[in-house]
Design a protein around this ligand. Structure first.
Ligand code: ADE
Ligand code: ZN
Length: 330
């Protein structure tokens, strides 16, 4: 099965690039940039990755990002992720970045986006991995800050395909950003949003109706609302599910309790993603391997998940068909 999983061409659609920063690189960058981090060793960092909910993770995750200062740092982090993609046979990836995590520390927007974009360009040329960038607004910050970030993104429209919404979900409904997303849509950005990870199903309705999203990030709580399931099924609205993340953040007690299979059998368009792989115990391949084992996924189910990743990607129909055909022939 490991071999079969490795060979499956995959698209990853829910990956925070800051969440791919491995402890080893965090240490290297802390030295390179003279930034203190509150850990003495890689082992100590790994021990601190013991979360009880989304917020307990976010507190450590934003702290980790402090070591990213120069364009080359963003390049190195993104390049390291692309090498992992190559190992896992991820042939297409759509990565999130959180500009406000960096601009609020005085790092220029251009430094962040240019480092990430240059690595992705090299990924296309040297590794044959296609990619897109999605800019996320931090939902715990206010509407004004999101508008300011959107303004900064306008000069980089050629690099950013869409906007998303992440960070602390509960208490920060999608409706808070309705006007920002309206402007983003007018400017030609596609929209996605984290919803129904920890937050209620109402947030998923709002993401659909107010933010006009093309995908729901997570959405695992959808099954609590029959009408919502009908809507998601009818529209074949993709849910970018992140199984290892959900267990690490205690959305489910253990992987064998995860509702991935129920989502699939309810007719929903779901696929597997890694979210923040450096923090949650595995990249996409590892998510596939552990889900296969704990949820007893068949080869056909694994293929369906990989096909769904391409069906849901921001990619030309021609390229989607090319990959889907390859998977069908396996
Ligand atoms: N930022 C990084 N990972 C996240 C997640 N799983 N949910 C919300 N915000 C995030
Ligand atoms: Zn996420």
């Amino acid at each position: 099965m490991r071999d079969f999983i490795q060979k499956l061409p995959k698209a990853e659609l829910h990956l925070h690039i800051e969440g791919s920063l491995e402890p080893e690189l965090m240490f290297e960058l802390s030295k390179r940039n003279g930034i203190e981090i509150p850990f003495k060793s890689v082992e100590e960092i790994k021990k601190a990755y013991d979360f009880h909910n989304l917020q307990s993770f976010l507190d450590i995750y934003y702290q980790g990002a402090n070591v990213l200062i120069k364009e080359q740092d963003f390049y190195d982090m993104t390049w390291a992720y692309l090498l992992k993609c190559k190992e896992d046979n991820i042939v297409h990836t759509e990565i999130f970045f959180d500009p406000q995590t960096h601009t609020d520390r005085g790092i220029e927007f251009d430094v962040v986006i240019n480092g990430i974009d240059r690595a992705l360009k090299d990924g296309r040329e040297k590794l044959d991995i296609s990619s897109e960038i999605i800019m996320c607004f931090l939902r715990h910050l206010d509407e004004d800050a999101a508008f300011k970030t959107l303004d900064q993104a306008l000069a980089h429209k050629d690099k950013i395909i869409g906007v998303g919404l992440d960070s602390s979900e509960v208490g920060h409904p999608p409706s808070k950003f309705e006007r920002v997303f309206k402007k983003a849509l007018e400017e030609g950005f596609l929209t996605v949003a984290h919803a129904g990870e920890e937050g209620p199903t109402e947030y998923i309705w709002e993401a659909l109706d107010l933010l006009k999203v093309k995908r729901i990030d997570h959405g695992v709580r959808s099954l609590e609302d029959e009408k919502l399931v009908e809507r998601l099924k009818e529209e074949q609205m993709p849910l970018t599910v992140c199984p290892l993340s959900n267990v690490k953040l205690c959305v489910f007690d253990k992987l064998s309790d995860h509702n991935l299979k129920n989502l699939m059998s309810s007719g929903l368009l779901v696929m597997i993603n890694s979210d923040d792989p450096s923090y949650f115990g595995g990249y996409l391949g590892e998510n596939f391997i552990q889900c296969q084992k704990e949820l007893d996924l068949s080869r056909d189910e694994l293929k369906a998940l990989a096909i769904n990743s391409f069906k849901s990607a921001f990619m030309s129909e021609e390229n989607k068909s090319k990959w889907i055909k390859q998977i069908e022939q396996l």
